[in-house]
Ligand binder design. Sequence first.
Ligand SMILES: Nc1ncnc2c1ncn2[C@@H]1O[C@H](COP(=O)(O)OP(=O)(O)OP(=O)(O)O)[C@@H](O)[C@H]1O
Ligand SMILES: [Mg+2]
Length: 372
Amino acid sequence: MPIDNTQSDENYLEVKDLIKWFGDDPAVDGISFKIAKGDFLTLLGPSGCGKTTTLMSIAGLHSIDGGSIRVGDAMFTDPESGIFMAPENRDIGMVFQSYAIWPHMSVTKNVAYPLEIQKIPKDEINDRVADVLELVGLTDMADKMATQLSGGQQQRAALARAIVAKPRLLLFDEPLSNLDLKLREQMRVELKRIQNEVGITSIYVTHDQAEALVMSDDIIVMSKGHIEQMGSPVDIYSKPVNSYVSNFIGVANLLEGNVKKANTSGGEADVEVNVAGEPITLKCQLGAGLKQGDDTVLSVRPENVHAVREPDGAAPVPGEVTSAIFLGNYVDCRVAWGDFEWKVIAHPRMGLKEGEKVYLQFESEHMLAVQP
Ligand SMILES: Nc1ncnc2c1ncn2[C@@H]1O[C@H](COP(=O)(O)OP(=O)(O)OP(=O)(O)O)[C@@H](O)[C@H]1O
Ligand SMILES: [Mg+2]
């Protein structure tokens, strides 16, 4: 008998061809993805790209116009088959940007609520609430009213309430964006640790790329209702498929060029770029979907370009340091190369100064030709 693999732990959550329109515009325009049980997936993208709409579709807080959403063996939504599971039956925990805990209740009462509506025995509720408050570091605040908590503590309480009933899925919509930077950085790590410990499959929405890189097993980069790329943080950073993704995650030098020579199987390629009207050939790695003759964008991270004072054979074009900002463990430089300005990271010991002439050396294995 063939093995039905569609509902295995590997394909725990599946969103297929999801479409959602608001008026005449598609907010989400046919996105598909799968994640494994226990994974932490982040939807990353600029304002208005459809992150919240995707999350709300999964939560069942609105209908969808096409596609389907399944979690485990539960079909949440499939309009073609007339299926729409009510949100309260989806067994989902949610944490939002605004602190959605009830101000007139104590922390304990807030966290106990999801268990009380399930009519769980009082003793068990007490034990589980105590456990989860310890997990989020709020044991000492158990009897305080929600209004007596700081922003960070309120989000911990909201998280405790979201996980106490062990839902099949956790959804987060920018839960840290109201916190100040320092607390946000600390809470990222905390939240990820807690998610790891409870092992609940999670989808996290943010437009903060650092947050996505720190927390996620997988990241989906979205734009205008589409998925641009899905992959691990390392993949998204080091192998972006196009200039949009490259630009959105981290810092990148992006140079327009043309693929002059390439193997059909990918791998190494020669890309021609123009420097002050002169064509220059650079060796690089050919990204997916590109072939000889195609227009391309060279994506090069600043840590993979090196400024040197002595030219060698591989650095024929001199540049000029237009700025060199000392940042402690590195120097953030700009190097003008014709009309292109490179972002370059230099070692402080080099003592590069503004106005100096330098040559650029490239690590061809870290130069990526991507789709424009
Ligand atoms: N209830 C609604 N009615 C009409 N249009 C909506 C509604 N909700 C979202 N939209 C539109 O759908 C698109 C996607 O919105 P969505 O809220 O999903 O974006 P987002 O990625 O979450 O953005 P942000 O980072 O600003 O929260 C936007 O163009 C938005 O204006
Ligand atoms: Mg949103």
